[in-house]
Design a protein around this ligand. Structure first.
Ligand SMILES: C[S@@+](CC[C@H](N)C(=O)[O-])C[C@H]1O[C@@H](n2cnc3c(N)ncnc32)[C@H](O)[C@@H]1O
Length: 408
C-alpha cells in the first residue's frame, strides 16, 4: 500500500526527518536514557512523520474519491458534518490502516516513556526529592480529589492518567509525560517542549509592552512546560501553577527549580474551586487544558477565573483550533480522531463550543473578547527544519489563543 510507482516519485517532496530524540532538553530531573530508549523514541517520531506526510494525503484522496461517493449512495446525500464524514471514512481500508497505526503509535509512545521511567523510578524520586524537600513553592494537598473527567479513562492512552501513584512520592506520570512529548510532537515545540508558552510570552511582550502582571495563575499546568517561560518572562511576578495531580506537580516543581526558576509555585488544587481571594491575579492562563475538562466543569472554571482576575487583568488560553463551518469536513473528522481513538472524551464537544459565548456567560464582555493564532517558538539553531513538517491535523504547533481583558 505504501509503495509508490515511479511517476508518483517524481512529484513527491520528502519532508525532512524529525530531529532525533537525543536533542531533547535535559534538566536536573530528566530521566537518564540509553541507546535503545533513544532509538524507540526516534522510531515513534519517524512513524508519526510517515503517517502525516505519506499516508494521510492518501487517506484524504480515498475519502474524496471513494468514501464520499459510497456514503452518498447509501444515504442519499454526502456527509453533512464531521460525524457523518467519520462514518464515511470508517469503511475505507486506507483510513482503517492509518487509524490502527496511529493508535499503535500512541500506545507505543506510552510504553516507551514508561519503560524509560519505571526502570529508574527510585532514582527519579530521589532527584525530585532533592529539589522539592522543604520547598515552600510546592504545595500538595492529598484531600484534592481527581475530577471524574480526569480519571474515568486513561487520557490519551496514558496508563493511570496524570494522577496515579504507583509508589509514595511518585513522579512517574510527570517524567513519562516530559520524555515522550518531544517525540510525539517531532521536536516542533522545541527542546523543552515549551514553544507554546514561549510564544505566549513573546506575544504579550510585543502586543502589550506595558502589561506587567504582578501575579500570574496557570490552570491545569501538568509539569509546567508552558508556564515556566511565563515565569522567566516576568521574573518580578509571583506565578502559581495549579493541577489536581500530585505526580506531575512534584516532577514539574523539581524541573522548574533545576532550570533555575524560583518565582513559580506548584499547587495541588481544583480549578473548579480555586483557593485564592477575589481579584488576586493580573493574568490567568492555560495551555491545551480545556479539552480535558467537561461540559459542566468548563463554565465553572471560567467563572472562577473571572472571580480571581483583578480588574484590568487578562485571561488567555491556548487550544487546538475550534471546528468552524469553513473547516473542511475531512479535516474536522481527522481532528476528531482523538475523541474516538485516543481517549479524549471531551475533545469533540469542546472544539465545537462558542468560546466567546462561554466567556460572556462567565461574566466577561463581548467587546473585551479576542482570538488570535499562536505558532510555537522553536529552537531554530538546533532544529532549522522543525515546524516545516506536514499538517497532521492535531500535532502541528499551531493553536488559537483566546481570552478577554477584565474591565477595570
Ligand atoms: C493536557 S494537560 C495540560 C498541559 C499543560 N497545560 C502544558 O502546558 O503542558 C491537562 C492537565 O489538566 C489537569 N486538570 C484536569 N482537570 C483539572 C482541574 N479541574 N483543575 C486543575 N487541573 C486539572 C490534569 O491533571 C492535566 O495535568
Amino acid at each position: 500500500m505504501l509503495r509508490r510507482n515511479m511517476s508518483d516519485l517524481s512529484s513527491v517532496s520528502i519532508p525532512p526527518p524529525p530531529p532525533s530524540w537525543r536533542h531533547v532538553g535535559r534538566h536536573g530531573v530528566f530521566p537518564a536514557a540509553g541507546h535503545d530508549d533513544t532509538a524507540r523514541f526516534d522510531f515513534l517520531a519517524n512513524l508519526n512523520s510517515l503517517l502525516a506526510s505519506e499516508v494521510l494525503p492518501r487517506v484524504r484522496d480515498a475519502y474524496e474519491r471513494r468514501a464520499v461517493p459510497a456514503y452518498t449512495e447509501a444515504h442519499g446525500h454526502p456527509p453533512r458534518d464531521r460525524r457523518e464524514a467519520h462514518e464515511a471514512l470508517k469503511g475505507e481500508r486506507l483510513w482503517q490502516t492509518f487509524s490502527a497505526l496511529r493508535r499503535c503509535s500512541m500506545e507505543m509512545r506510552q510504553q516507551t516513556g514508561r519503560t524509560l521511567v519505571l526502570k529508574q523510578l527510585p532514582e527519579l524520586i530521589a532527584k525530585a526529592h532533592a529539589y522539592n524537600e522543604g520547598a515552600s513553592t510546592l504545595k500538595l494537598d492529598p484531600t484534592i480529589e481527581q475530577p471524574r473527567y480526569a480519571s474515568a479513562v486513561d487520557i490519551h492512552c496514558m496508563p493511570g492518567g496524570y494522577h496515579a501513584e504507583l509508589v509514595p512520592d511518585d513522579v512517574s506520570a510527570g517524567a513519562n509525560y516530559d520524555s515522550g512529548l518531544f517525540a510525539t510532537t517531532a521536536g516542533m515545540l522545541g527542546r523543552f517542549s515549551d514553544g507554546g508558552g514561549r510564544a505566549v510570552a513573546a506575544w504579550l511582550k510585543r502586543e502589550y509592552p506595558d502589561f506587567r502582571p504582578r501575579r500570574i495563575l496557570d490552570v491545569g499546568c501538568t509539569i509546567g512546560h508552558n508556564v515556566v517561560p511565563l515565569a522567566q518572562a516576568f521574573p518580578e511576578a509571583e506565578v502559581i501553577a495549579v493541577d489536581t495531580a500530585a505526580p506531575v506537580l512534584r516532577y514539574g516543581h523539581a524541573r522548574a527549580r533545576s532550570l533555575g526558576v524560583h518565582n513559580l509555585t506548584f499547587m495541588q488544587a481544583n480549578a473548579e474551586a480555586l483557593p485564592f481571594p477575589d481579584q488576586y491575579f493580573d493574568l490567568v492562563t492555560s495551555a491545551m487544558f480545556w479539552h480535558e475538562t467537561s461540559a459542566k466543569a468548563l463554565p465553572r472554571i471560567l467563572k472562577e477565573i473571572g472571580r480571581v482576575l483583578a480588574p484590568g487583568g487578562l485571561t488567555l488560553h491556548l487550544e487546538q483550533p475550534q471546528y468552524t463551518p469553513e473547516m473542511p469536513l475531512f479535516e474536522q473528522a481527522m481532528r476528531d480522531w482523538d475523541a474516538y481513538y485516543n481517549n479524549e472524551p471531551f475533545w469533540s464537544v469542546m472544539h465545537e463550543l462558542d468560546l466567546k459565548r462561554m466567556l460572556l456567560e462567565a461574566g466577561f464582555r463581548g467587546e473585551d473578547y479576542f482570538e488570535t493564532t499562536i505558532r510555537a517558538l522553536v529552537d531554530r539553531e538546533l532544529f532549522p527544519e522543525a515546524g516545516q513538517g506536514q499538517e497532521d491535523y492535531g500535532r502541528t504547533p499551531m493553536w488559537i489563543a483566546f481570552g478577554a481583558w477584565k474591565r477595570g
